[in-house]
Ligand binder design. Structure first.
Ligand code: 4NP
Length: 154
């Protein structure tokens, strides 16, 4: 199972989602599962995650500082089994790149895992304060826990 986490810049939300999911995979000893992240935009290619994401992850004993930003590409549809996007604009952008319904069926808002059918977004914390990052962490932790437990059952 290959999972891709997607946000706009690939420096705040999706690196956290990747780091949290990797931690759950280790914690539950889930085999044959790989996680990566990407941004829809090209603003931060090659950059480290935002220091506020690195900081909140570190507070939970997760190290995301080795991640580097990259942009989503068409090939990711073939490479990944599941593509979790953070918000409705990511969903729009990724669906616009989909080649067919098979591609589109791989894509979902990550919060639909914990709030099924509600189409909620993980708020973009980039322009806000530290509280925003704490909130993002809690939401992504709950979503990744749900994804991880569903993988254990498989
Ligand atoms: P992310 O947050 O999509 O969670 O990585 C953002 C990062 C950068 C920008 C916007 C959102 N930006 O405008 O540069």
């Amino acid at each position: 199972m290959k999972i891709l986490m997607v946000c706009l810049g690939n420096i705040c939300r999706s690196p956290l989602a990747q780091g949290i999911m990797e931690e759950k995979i280790k914690k539950y000893n889930i085999k044959n599962t790989f996680v990566d992240s990407a941004g829809t935009a090209d603003y931060h290619i090659g950059k480290k995650p935002d220091w506020r994401s690195i900081d909140i992850a570190r507070k939970h004993n997760i190290n995301i500082s080795n991640q580097r930003g990259r942009q989503f590409t068409y090939d990711d549809f073939d490479e990944f089994d599941k593509i979790y996007v953070m918000d409705s604009s990511n969903l729009y952008d990724i669906n616009a790149l989909a080649k067919n319904t098979n591609d589109r069926e791989k894509v979902d808002l990550i919060l639909n895992t914990i709030f099924p059918g509600k189409n909620k977004s993980v708020p973009d914390p980039y322009y806000g304060g530290k509280d925003g990052f704490q909130n993002v962490f809690q939401l992504l932790d709950a979503a990744c826990e749900k994804i991880a437990t569903s993988l254990i059952k498989k």
